[in-house]
Design a protein around this ligand. Sequence first.
Ligand SMILES: [Zn+2]
Length: 446
Amino acid sequence: MKAIEGRLVTPQGVRPGRVLIEHGRIAAVDDLTTPVPPGVPVVAARDAYVLPGLIDPHVHFRTPGLTHKEDWGHGSRAAVAGGVTTVMDMPNTRPASFTAKALIDKAALIEGRSLVDFAFHIGVDPEHPEALADLDTGTARSAKIFMAGHHTAPAVLSDPAALDTAFAAAARSGVRVVLHAEDGGLFDLLDAWWGEPGGYRDYEARRPRTGGIAAVAKVIELVRRHGTAAHVLHLSSAEEADLVCAAQAAGLPVTFELTGHHLSFTDADTCRVGARTRLAPAIRGVRDQDRLWRAVFGEQAATLGSDHAPHTVAEKTRSVADSPPGLPGVQELATAVWTGMRRRAPEEDADAAIGRLVRLMASGPADLFGLPGKGRITPGADADLVLFAPDDTWMFSAAQVRSKCGWSAYEGWTMTGRVRRTFRRGEQVFDAATGAYGAPDGAWLR
Ligand SMILES: [Zn+2]
């Protein structure tokens, strides 16, 4: 048995307390009036919050086939350094994870290399969208549909009949679809008309909000027709946020994710930093960023995700047209969002703010994707715990990047809040003071 003390962020609110851990689970949660049982070691961090281990439901750890960009060793080290103890990995690897067999093979490659627990989104094969009807929800709780493609996402489902089949099949098996909802056909039209982008100032105009709005409208129509549960990933514009909120208010089972980068950067940053924030969907303007932050403060978003999608420096520094979209972000996500929340509402009670972050990054994704034992500090749950110092101010530099790619769009940022230690199933997997990691024995949640 061991004990961790601090300001516990629980479903009932924030209070000073102690978590008692036994066999990797939370044995008890108590206040500090009772003595610690004799012989039990205590980690005391009275000035820090104790958060439930955070969940990043949107990472690309690049295994198999793209491990020159990222691998589970590096990706999971970046995760625990950012307070994340569970990730959900995307299927656009090489080969793509279109079948239960592919996921079992992927899990075998990860075995013994991951500091975090993990689950998978299965890919939807454009040739066989009907296969979703027979999906074994033990291997994947959700299925990823790309409505637009790019360098590392070649398998696109854009044909209206195929999309209709996929939504109908997912509704039959009760599988949630998660979507890259942009209209790739519109982008192809624009590319043919505009020609090659001359620089990063032109990038957003070639991947405009129109593509997202058209695709989100299509998703809402399909959800209305079939009743499929749909989660729109990395929403980028004010209009898309309004559309999904309106559909939700009308009773449709549609939710959305926001990323750290769409909350942290604007198209002005893309002009300045270029390829680092060349993303799909593109980073948009201040008006959009403000709307997305309203969806954070009002908890209209169901989850936050990093869309951790590293590329090498050599790949990122190709020409504007050829530089692949994506950035590393699992390490930066919670701290960047906390930094943004504190800057935008400095007068807000910190306990109220941290409660929101935990709902968006722990209990929210655990409930949406059905991850039992995750996302809450409560007796019986897995002892995934993070010591987070909310007022630490520090500079994020390239030297701190744990991703294999070695760079970050957040280099030079002054961060507020810092992960001090991360525990997964009661074992310490990260200590910021020493830089030490724990055992890479993270488990597949199936
Ligand atoms: Zn992604």
